[in-house]
Design a protein around this ligand. Sequence first.
Ligand SMILES: NC(=O)c1ccc[n+]([C@@H]2O[C@H](COP(=O)([O-])OP(=O)(O)OC[C@H]3O[C@@H](n4cnc5c(N)ncnc54)[C@H](OP(=O)(O)O)[C@@H]3O)[C@@H](O)[C@H]2O)c1
Length: 396
Amino acid sequence: MATESRPIRPWWMTGLLVFCAFMTFVYVPWDLFLKPVARDEEVWFGFRFHGHAAKLLALPHWAVYAAGMVGFLRMRRWMWPWAAVYGAQVTLAMVVWPLLYVDGAKAIASAVVSGLLFGGVTWLLWRARPLFRPERPRFRDRYGEWALVTGASSGIGREFARALAREGCSIVLSARREERLRELAGELERESAVRTRVVPLDLERAGAAEELARAVSDLEVGILVNNAGFGSIGPLVNQPAERVRAMVELNCTAPALLARLALPSMLARRRGAIIFVGSVAGMVPMPLHALYGATKAFDNSLGEALHEELRGSGIDVLALEPGSTETEFQMRAGEAPHGGESSERVVAKALAALGERPSLVSRSFDWIAVNVGLRLLSRETLIAGVRRAAERRLPK
Ligand SMILES: NC(=O)c1ccc[n+]([C@@H]2O[C@H](COP(=O)([O-])OP(=O)(O)OC[C@H]3O[C@@H](n4cnc5c(N)ncnc54)[C@H](OP(=O)(O)O)[C@@H]3O)[C@@H](O)[C@H]2O)c1
């Protein structure tokens, strides 16, 4: 029956949770019941209230912090937009209050610093919409029994398989390393009690996507995760010609064909989901990862366009745009190791965003950096900056 996916709470939100718990159980009860009425003071929108008015206005504060504690703990959907709205009220209060009640230059400094600080938290809360636990049916009930995950033998694909199995989906696992797929299939059957099918396949080969589609033609594939992909750092001129062809086949041709082949039956059932694993590397041209970036721009674009094209058809499409993620990718791409987000987090965010929006840039930092860059810098300066970032990833 309906269950919910595991919430992922970033560290800063855990800080807010602890703060709300402190306010709910310690500070506001003390303020309400122990503090003398004559000394009581409350601030709303930057305006001070005293005495009985303050006592009365502590009640909505208490309710807000208690709701915030439960909301952050359970990652409730109703936290968006209300947590951000309350954050905006606090930000306004922190700007207005010093301007009204503090003298001299200190007032301006305090208003600016606290405005930036609380404004930043409010902005994070506004952007956190996909993190709040959706009250929704399981993916199996929403899209159909089977999910097909390409590149399931490691990294992001393996986590998609695990997360979708926890959603009750039976999983088709595809990649080249059959042993790894069989191991994962055993784990999913044991731990999530779902069915699995292993289809070992090299998606770089012409005709492989059609072969994969035939291998699952007897199943109701409700979710397609187009995840298999690779990159290769360094100037294009140094890439062997067959690697160029392989990258385009795997990163572009295979996902487009698999989507094309999966769509007719999804459309007939009027339900389904397709996830294209693109990349932040596809948002801005990336010298020294030029071909990889171009293939990921293809995935980002295809996913976002299909999201709109299929609006109202019952089929949800998401272009997932992860930044650096800790998988085998960096090693295979010949990059110097540089860490990144965990696959588990990337996948949890993606599944929360599916059906909610056309695309998701996994890390807020990447979203800010790219969007600020696109709006404020010339293309030339931006691409030169991206080149310097890519240079830092070249093997020493
Ligand atoms: N990690 C990052 O920093 C990052 C950032 C943005 C986007 N991405 C994207 O995320 C996706 C998953 O990558 P990952 O980070 O999870 O890397 P990964 O750990 O290297 O996983 C790549 C997966 O693709 C499969 N694969 C590679 N070549 C294949 C082929 N010819 N045929 C079939 N399957 C093939 C691999 O399995 P086999 O080797 O067993 O075939 C593996 O399961 C890729 O599309 C990548 O572009 C990654």
